[in-house]
Write a protein that binds this ligand. Structure first.
Ligand code: PNW
Length: 586
């Protein structure tokens, strides 16, 4: 007992001594925090006195990052004509292009309208690289890739990725050389505002200005997405990112800055990309971000709520600031087919729509508020929307933009839907719809279509479902509004394992995906669905989120082992292009 008192006394003495020393050393340092003159006992009451600049945030929260070998903007060089020769045909009849391929006749009742915009898409964090360049602040994804072991495949990072930040001129020249009409990119919020709010980074404005001007120079329509999952880290750690209503004003202010800077040349805007993916990213891994105590299962729905408020306000602000704009958001999800003809499976399909597309589409296109199934869950913890909020949400999109990659079967959970809805510990709760990609045993048990890469286990080539999918979107939500397929694409299985260049460039399943997808859109158009454009994902291989460089979605191969990151067209890019060569009205 005596011994321990002696130690305590000695310890206190040391502390006092250090305090005196520090105070005499620099009077301007903040005072040591005390509560009523004594030390604080509750550890969570301590807070840091220091202020961080952007560089400090990288050092403290991310650590060292890799730099590309090219760190100045690369000028475009003309694409040699030898690179523009299409590959030989696959086993199916290709789109007819004259005497060379007499096997398939052009269907004269099909066409893409003259102003149909066909294009390619990418997203800032997946393609830009140069993560620390010119004042960019970190995003949550920089933490996930750098700090959370095995979060991304082989612990890959997007530090360099395609170095599109410096290579965009060449990238735009390469897509223009194939006649691509539109390039859909996302703007990095933490480049424009390194902390998500507050100071605006002029170097980032200059960058996107030049990217947009380069598109226009090449006759490519620029289309901008404001938010593609890269939440500024400072906002996540200040108030929990999309978990907090604070994000609404910050997002709208960021949108205002972008509209003001780029709205004179960009007419096509998407506010947010795929909320059903990024909201379901919550809860973020514990102990890498500031902790906010919202029950895990509720977190996606807080996020979704703030998405609706942020999107709708950003929509109305955009329409007031820009006269020629088309503003929407990007929905996602596969077409949902009942596994059997039972009424329970039909109900499961409806619940799957309600908790994916319908979570946002019902409020935005139908009622201003959640559908009954979502409402039954969220009304226990989310505040109801005010009449004013509902009015702002309803009608806050000029088109229905859907990332329509695939299709799936839905069926009732084991034990039935009612039992699941009553049991919050059921892993399928609250949607309570099960998903599979194989037909039922009675229907032969086959896959719904050829599988993509095992690291994209949600994606199958199920293009025959695209016409009914587009009809469903029209009948359910879009009604008279135009529809765009704002992303679609395919990960050729095991492409990362190939090493022979010509083998990598010959991507037969992806090619047939684009071929059949284009036919499907032509069919839907001929049946009266007003599809106004489509954007293939993606113009280059890139950082595929948790699958990092393990999965390849590019219609161009990028040799990531070569510091110059050369690009090469794959066969599928020619397949995609040929649909428009033949079927687009001139
Ligand atoms: C989209 N799903 O993500 C994203 O917008 C892109 O950033 C991404 O690279 C691309 O598709 C390919 O994955 C999705 O599970 C991720 O249905 C998952 C799903 C759909 C789209």
């Amino acid at each position: 007992m005596l011994v321990s008192i002696a130690i305590l006394t000695a310890g206190t003495a040391v502390q006092v001594h250090a305090l005196e020393k520090r105070q005499s050393f620099n009077q301007s340092l903040p005072p040591i925090i005390t509560l009523n003159g004594s030390t604080i006992e509750n550890p969570t009451a301590y807070s840091t006195p220091f202020v961080l600049n952007v560089e400090d945030m990288w050092d403290l929260f991310i650590g060292p990052v890799d730099s590309p070998s090219l760190t100045t903007t690369v000028q475009a060089t003309p694409v040699p004509s030898s690179e523009l020769i299409p590959p030989p045909p696959l086993y199916y009849s290709p789109f007819p292009s004259g005497a060379q391929y007499p096997t398939e006749q052009k269907n004269e009742s099909w066409s893409f309208p003259k102003d149909f915009w066909w294009g390619v898409a990418g997203a800032a964090w997946q393609v830009e690289g140069a993560v620390k360049a010119e004042g960019r602040g970190p995003s949550v994804w920089d933490v996930l890739a750098h700090r959370v072991t095995n979060f991304a495949y082989e612990n890959g990072t997007a530090d360099i990725s395609d170095n599109h930040y410096y290579m965009y001129k060449q990238d735009i020249a390469r897509i223009a050389a194939l006649g691509v009409k539109a390039y859909s990119f996302s703007i990095s919020w933490s480049r424009i505002m390194p902390f998500g709010r507050g100071p605006v980074n002029q170097l980032a404005i200059d960058h996107y200005n030049d990217l947009i001007n380069t598109c226009l120079e090449y006759g490519v329509i620029p289309m901008a997405t404001l938010y593609h999952w890269d939440t500024p880290l400072a906002l996540q750690d200040t108030y929990g990112g999309w978990l907090s209503e604070n994000i609404v004003n910050d997002f709208v202010e960021y949108a205002r800055v972008c509209y003001a800077a780029f709205g004179d040349r960009v007419d096509h805007w998407f506010t947010v990309n795929e909320p059903s993916v990024f909201c379901n990213q919550y809860p973020l891994p514990a102990m890498y971000f500031k902790n906010f105590t919202i029950p895990n299962i509720q977190q996606p729905f807080y996020c979704g709520h703030h998405v609706l408020l942020a999107h709708s306000q950003a929509y109305h602000l955009g329409t007031s600031m820009m006269s020629n704009s088309t503003i929407g958001w990007k929905s996602n999800g596969g077409y949902k087919v009942p596994l059997t003809n039972s009424s329970e499976d039909a109900e499961a399909v409806q619940r799957a729509w309600d908790f994916t597309e319908g979570w946002w589409s019902d409020p935005i296109y139908l009622t201003g508020d959640y559908n009954d199934n979502v409402k039954a869950f969220v009304s226990d913890f989310l505040p109801p929307f005010s009449d004013q909020q509902k009015t702002a949400i309803l009608g806050s999109a000029d088109l229905y933009a859907h990332d329509a990659y695939t299709a799936q079967f839905n069926y009732a959970p084991d034990g039935g839907i009612a039992a699941c809805v009553a049991n919050s510990s059921n892993p399928l709760y609250p949607a309570c719809a099960n998903t599979t990609f194989t037909y039922s045993p009675q229907d032969g048990g086959w896959l719904i279509g050829p599988a993509s890469d095992p690291l994209a286990s949600w994606l199958y080539k199920a293009t025959e479902w695209v016409p009914p999918f587009l009809h469903y979107i029209k009948d359910t939500w879009a009604k008279d509004l135009p529809i765009a397929v704002s992303e679609f694409g395919f990960a050729e299985p095991f492409e990362r394992q190939k090493s022979y260049l010509q083998d990598i460039l010959f991507d037969p399943i992806r090619s047939s995906y684009y071929h059949d997808y284009m036919r499907a859109i032509l069919i839907a158009l001929s049946e009266g669905v007003n599809v106004v454009g489509c954007l293939a994902w993606s113009f280059v291989d890139n950082f595929e989120w948790a699958s990092a460089y393990g999965v390849r979605f590019g219609m161009q191969y990028v040799n990531f082992s070569d510091p110059e990151l050369p690009r090469y067209y794959k066969a599928s890019f020619f397949e995609y292009k040929s649909a428009f060569d033949i079927y687009q009205e001139k």
